[in-house]
Design a protein around this ligand. Sequence first.
Ligand code: ADP
Ligand code: MG
Ligand code: ZN
Length: 487
Amino acid sequence: MDYEIVIGLEVHVQLLTETKMFCSCRNQFTHEPNSNVCPVCIGMPGTLPVINKQAFELGILGALGLGCEIPELTKFDRKHYYYPDLPKNYQISQYDLPVSQNGIIEVEVDGVRKKFGVTRAHLEEDAGKLMHESSHSNVDLNRTGTPLLEIVSEPDMRSPQEARAYLEMLKLILQYTGISDCNMEEGSLRCDANVSIRPRGETKLGTKNEIKNMNSFRGVEAALTMVVDELLRQTEAGEAIRQVTWGYSIDRNQIFKMRVKEDANDYRYFPDPDLPAVHVGRDWVEAIRARLPELPLAKKDRFMKDYGLSDYDAGLMIQDKKMADYFEETTRISNMPKEAANWIQNDLARELSSRKVAVEDTAMKPEALAELLDLVSKKTINVPTARRVFMKILDGDTASPAAIVEKEGLAQVSDTGPIKDALEEAIKANPKAVADIEGGKPATAMFFVGQIMRTMKGKADPEAVAGVIAERFGIDPEILKSNKKKK
Ligand code: ADP
Ligand code: MG
Ligand code: ZN
């Protein structure tokens, strides 16, 4: 039988606020355990929560980025369960009147754009953390009460790959809005994945399994693939599908059973009597919407249309909003989008990652990169020299690219005189190569490009070099340019 996979994701993101969701403790994780707490967030009797306006607005901003509607009325509810890291025995969350609903995210999966529904995005407070040791467990309440936005998708994804693509786009959009750093290693974006299978053509949903608390894209895709295999195996074997909750270990790349649900949880939701329902005026929503930046796919389309970038290059340039800004600034000054995109995705990206520097902090400012591109396009320097200048700036030279070229005498030599001299010298020293070329292997002439470059300390104009060699051996200069064209 042919089965269809059905996946829906629940994603929690930590909001970048100054303070916690309902008290004035800092929203930070650098403190000693249990020191960043107050009577409100550890649930002392007689204390009262107060809604954090910044968190509320960031929640709306994120929801707008996901294309959600913002209803006029929203309220907070208590979700009851007992757990040692939840001192009140309930979590303040939202139930039937979430702050946002009915969103849609457009995602590219293998080059095809698909739309996935967002059921709702609601505000809630995080719980604390349990740390298990061999004989006992410790509880740290510093995280208790930090603001979260929970984003629940429709069961619209049809493969683990689609689920991953959805999650990647969700993260990118939220990063663009600035509501969260979405740092998955640090747990500021966590994902629960729900999955079921059904015979293709069936419209009723199958019994779902859930994988809890994953914090990597690779993990989400891998764990979903494993659970799908398990569901298919059970179905093929004629076993009834049970509602299993799984854990996933990224280190071992394994899923493990946590529990089997017998029936639905009853959290005894009811409106939190300590908090007012909030009327969200339309002018307030519009004021927040005005803070929404251009979103990733819109930016990608614009980069392709306005700058003529390929789908691939535009896709890379939007992967980080600051990187996209850097690209646009470099292009605004240089008017060389293709070259800018190449330098950014190759040399700059490599150096930022190996030096662990953020694009906004690099010593290689857009002005400097633009100047470097200009020096190359005017043939003042060749590409290898440009790379040397680029590295000098990253290594701390504060002069401009043009000034570095000037003071270090790096300008390229197009004058054929010294190139010819260098070639004759190399010919004398390498009769075998000459014999090869003359014996019908013109590609061997590439060897002399390297020899001339070495003699001239990398400063020779590659085109002039190709011209001189081609003329000397009577071969097609194109043979000697193949190498240069690749970059
Ligand atoms: P719960 O109350 O158990 O958390 P919800 O109905 O709120 O379940 O759904 C949680 C998530 O699971 C949503 O993202 C939803 O799209 C997804 N989901 C619900 N039912 C299924 C199903 N049968 N198969 C796959 N995903 C599902
Ligand atoms: Mg759930
Ligand atoms: Zn507090």
